[in-house]
Design a binder for this molecule. Structure first.
Ligand SMILES: C[S@@+](CC[C@H](N)C(=O)[O-])C[C@H]1O[C@@H](n2cnc3c(N)ncnc32)[C@H](O)[C@@H]1O
Length: 661
């Protein structure tokens, strides 16, 4: 049965807003999404049979002014009755099951709660593993017994490995040692009732029981998955460092039974992207070679692993900051922006009071689209007057290149000014990292609305109603603030990573992995590394290849290509978005990835390990292995919890382990 879990927020109790974002769009029929108000048209209703309520509910799901789901049911009066009749509280978890195309069942698990069994209460038991004095109430059971009990309780197979995973990752406690591992049944029950536990059960149901939760890395916060240099520059499509670490490092567990690499080995990433593999190899005392067809991606990766003269970076960014501030003295942009912000602040306070405005929109008392457009129009003359008064030039005269089209004139002038200042930097490594700071800065200053940051639509040059923030927002008119933020952040990140680095080689080469002569190119860049590589050869690959028809990797950094003048090699990208996912695209993708592996084999030891991460929804990797003269010896299927995509539904990817035939 297809099901999702929903966590109750305070808004559910107050306004009847059940936050159904976790369900994802595909969980509902496409026609169930109606207009932003009843006037704009209702979607075709779905039926919800809510536990404890006498009648089924008929409702559609409203969208916002931009046509995006508002992730709640339009009919809401029944939610409070459901909450009351099931005695639910904030943060409780409920399950929504899809019974058929248009009918759903809402179940509260509150009444599953088991009373702790009294015949086997263990009090103040001291565990050799868990040496604490907490009292552990409840029945203690062994791993096998736990898997049998959980299988019965959930109505789904729970293996002993699943239970071991929960223990290993501290999700439930291990009691006892020396071969007599036990767990508390009550704790296991609590886990299955928690948000994470329910998500695990629900995702296993959708994606298969072979999902390996040890590889979900759910225990890591965002700050850890974007730690130190990993967040030096935005990049769409990178994997999380913990995944790389798991496969490179020397640990073994119930799932990873062998180690694949050791300190001093050379790891290859033929699709290096933003350089995640190189960074983690460096932390773990391994050498790494990256290859990427995009010169800008290679620059990002190399900047992450470079060793810097931090004092020199600080001096240069301070110099550029001073020059930029002087440059701005005559341009009035700063005063203009300050004045605009001041007037906007008053306007927004008056017409979009927090939290009243959003509250009324949610209850349907204000029609957001009509109201927002009206206020946007009302503010425009005020904005235009200020533009005239401060002599601000908005759009540029031409829109031929990305930099012409997507930047307001004053921003464009500042970008050019800083770029010219960067050219004066003598230390080449400082110059590169400061260029990366500028690139990160300008990426965040494109003339777009907040809602369209991820997928640009049309440049904007005026104030606009922003549905994301529920008020009138403005584009940026100066890069100064962002430049200050990112210089500080970059220096901190580099300094942090500096403490973790090992004395090893990492280098990303710009090239096409299908035919690059790795050692020859390495020789040109770093003779000592090339010498070591030729002697020792590459031990294996850890990489996430592009997938067919998903991303245009050059295009995502179009602004940087324009500014720095790197040559674009879009035509050499494997599986670009622009070529789609048709039969021909898939065939050439399979051949291209196999060509990469065949080329890389020439530089690897015979007993290599190749680990490739992909969501192989078209089942192409077995054919790729065959074409590359390799065999798949193992597959690790992992749930991907931290996706940036809007649809947060169940999603997995597989780590394929290839070896020589
Ligand atoms: C999924 S991304 C890799 C992301 C990387 N794992 C990270 O964490 O940043 C795939 C990369 O393959 C690169 N690529 C595409 N075609 C290539 C080719 N023919 N040779 C080398 N690299 C290529 C793309 O430019 C892109 O950066």
């Amino acid at each position: 049965m297809d099901s999702r879990v929903i966590q109750l927020t305070a808004a559910a109790h107050k306004y009847g807003n059940l936050n159904i974002r976790s369900c994802g769009k595909s969980f509902f029929p496409p026609d169930a999404f109606g207009g932003s108000s009843k006037k704009k048209g209702l979607g075709v209703p779905i039926t919800i049979k809510a536990q404890g309520l006498p009648q089924p509910i008929q409702t559609d799901i409203p969208t916002n002014a931009k046509g995006k789901p508002r992730w709640l049911f339009r009919e809401r009066a029944w939610v409070k009755d459901f909450i009351n009749s099931n005695e639910l509280m904030k943060d409780n978890i409920i399950t929504i099951e899809r019974l058929n195309y248009r009918t759903y069942k809402l179940i509260s698990d509150n009444n599953h709660t088991e009373k702790p069994q009294t015949h086997c209460v263990v009090e103040e038991k001291k565990s050799s593993v868990q040496n604490n004095s907490e009292s552990l109430k409840g029945e203690l059971i062994g791993i096998k017994q736990a898997s049998e009990w959980a299988t019965e309780y959930l109505g789904k197979t729970v293996t002993t490995s699943n239970i071991s995973y929960l223990i290993q990752y501290g999700l439930i406690r291990k009691i006892g040692g020396n071969g007599t591992t036990q767990i508390s049944k009550q704790e296991l029950l609590n886990y299955y009732k928690s948000y994470n536990g329910k998500r695990q059960v629900s995702w296993n149901g959708q994606l298969g029981d072979d999902l390996n939760w040890a590889l979900s890395f759910e225990q890591y916060k965002e700050a850890e998955t974007t730690k130190h240099v990993h967040r030096l520059h935005p990049y769409k499509g990178k994997f999380i460092p913990q995944l790389v670490e798991y496969f490179l490092d020397s640990h073994t567990d119930n799932f990873k039974k062998h180690t694949y690499f050791k300190k001093g080995d050379i790891i290859l990433d033929p699709f290096s992207g933003s350089g995640t593999t190189m960074v983690q190899a460096c932390e773990l005392g391994m050498h790494a070679i990256g290859i990427d067809v995009s010169a800008f991606n290679a620059l990002i990766g190399n900047c992450k692993v470079a060793t810097y003269d931090l004092a020199d970076i600080k001096t240069e960014v301070a110099r550029i900051m001073n020059s930029l501030e002087n440059f701005l003295v005559n341009s009035h942009t700063i005063e203009f922006e300050e004045k605009l912000l001041e007037i906007l602040y008053e306007f927004n306070n008056k017409y979009f009071p927090v939290p009243d405005y959003k509250y009324k929109v949610k209850r349907g008392e204000i029609d957001e689209e009509t109201y927002g457009t009206k206020r946007e129009e009302e503010f425009l003359p005020i904005f235009n007057k200020l533009v005239k008064q401060y002599n601000i030039k908005l759009l540029q005269d031409k829109a031929d290149s990305f930099l012409d089209k997507w930047y307001l004139q004053h921003i464009r002038n500042e970008i050019q000014f800083v770029f010219d200042e960067i050219k004066k930097i003598k230390n080449i490594d400082t110059k590169k990292i400061v260029s990366i700071i500028l690139s990160r800065t300008i990426r965040s200053c494109r003339a777009t609305t907040h809602a369209d940051l991820a997928t640009l639509k049309e440049p904007i040059a005026a104030t606009y109603y922003c549905a994301k923030h529920g008020k009138v927002c403005k584009p940026l008119f100066s890069i100064l603030k962002r430049w200050k933020t990112y210089t500080k952040d970059t220096i901190q990140r580099i300094a942090y990573f500096d403490q973790l680095k090992t004395n090893t080689f990492q280098l990303c080469i710009a090239g096409d992995s299908r035919n690059i002569n790795i050692f020859e190119q390495l020789e040109k860049k770093n003779a000592a590394f090339a010498k070591l590589a030729k002697k020792q050869k590459i031990k294996g690959i850890f990489s996430s290849p592009p997938y067919v028809g998903l991303i245009d990797y050059h295009e995502q950094h179009a602004y940087a290509y324009d500014l720095f003048g790197f040559e674009r090699k879009d035509g050499l990208e494997i599986g670009p978005l622009s070529k789609g996912q048709g039969r021909q695209a898939k065939e050439s993708y399979v051949q291209a990835i196999a060509d990469v592996l065949n080329n890389c084999k020439k530089f690897m030891v015979d007993d290599y390990n190749v680990l490739l991460v992909a969501n192989d929804k078209y089942g192409m990797y077995p054919i790729i292995a065959e074409k590359a003269g390799m065999k798949i010896v193992n597959q690790y299927k992992r749930p991907v919890l931290n996706r940036t995509e809007k649809d947060k539904g169940a999603y997995s990817e597989t780590i394929f382990h290839f070896k020589q035939i």
